[in-house]
Design a protein around this ligand. Structure first.
Ligand code: GLP
Length: 262
């Protein structure tokens, strides 16, 4: 059963900043610029970072700039949004492997300052509680997010039905998420049924948020998120309860927005 935000709940609703770029490459460039600016502004920033296909271009440009300018990432702390559970250690589809391939192997963030839920923990709920405690000790300055496929509107792996106050926990994946993400698994049959994800509550506690979306297949979700009712039928819509959110979209992802006349 889906619930809309109750009328009498004393939550303030904000209007996110929406930036629309002509191409996906320009989304990558803008996202990388914000990432680098954050590190320059506050070298010991704590960042929540996403995975999957959308941020790959951003990571490529961050690594390129890091090398060109000889930047220092040694004081950064990274919290990943989510991780599949259970998966074998070093599984190529794990988000730990993804972060190694796309960012960690190239930059000097000490391993002790990189946090990702453990995909082979014995008990996912205990692992989620451990992660939650680490997040409590390290307030996040900037969270960078993607948005889930189809009509899921998920952020992290907060699927439809997630509560606005949800914390880091084990969740079951939506059937649409499983279908869309099967492409990352050599044997799609072996894809886990669940994941450990930061909750909506964790995401809303961060200092600022940047959500990236590219391509036509995100257009429905972006329109629903920004222009539909705020509620757990579209978890990304909860971002409208945060005062400092920027949606960075390419024209395809923005094409169903009423305000998209760019
Ligand atoms: C996964 C992640 C999400 C991400 C989504 C989008 O489901 N858990 O955090 O936003 O993928 O994937 P893609 O960027 O490949 O469209």
């Amino acid at each position: 059963m889906f619930e809309k935000l109750k009328q009498n709940e004393s939550l303030t609703v904000y209007k996110p900043e929406v930036l629309i770029f002509p191409t996906p490459q320009e989304v990558d460039m803008y996202a990388a610029k914000i990432f680098i600016a954050q590190v320059k502004l506050k070298p010991n920033s704590v960042l929540t970072l996403p995975t999957s296909s959308t941020p790959e271009g951003m990571y490529r440009l961050v690594v390129q700039t890091y090398k060109e300018l000889g930047l220092e990432f040694s004081q950064l702390t990274i919290f990943n949004l989510d991780e599949y559970w259970p998966l074998a250690p070093n599984h190529e589809a794990s988000y730990a492997s993804y972060m190694e391939r796309n960012l960690f192997q190239y930059v000097n963030i000490p391993p002790s300052q990189r946090y990702i839920p453990n995909c082979y923990a014995d008990d996912p709920q205990i692992e989620a509680e451990r992660y939650e405690e680490l997040l409590r000790q390290n307030p996040v300055d900037l969270a960078i997010l993607g948005i889930g496929p189809g009509t899921t509107c998920h952020i992290g792996f907060n699927e439809r039905g997630s509560s606005v106050n949800s914390r880091t926990r084990y969740v079951l994946l939506d059937e649409q998420t499983r279908k869309a993400n099967a492409r990352f698994f050599p044997n799609p049959e072996a894809m886990p049924l669940g994941a450990i994800t930061q909750g909506i509550g964790n995401i809303l506690e961060t200092g600022s948020i940047m959500l990236l979306a590219k391509g036509e297949n995100k257009a429905w979700g972006i329109q629903r998120t920004l222009e539909g009712p705020i509620g757990n039928e579209a978890p990304a819509s909860y971002l409208r309860l945060h005062p400092h959110v920027t949606f960075v979209l390419d024209q395809q992802a923005a094409k169903l927005l009423n305000t998209s006349a760019a």
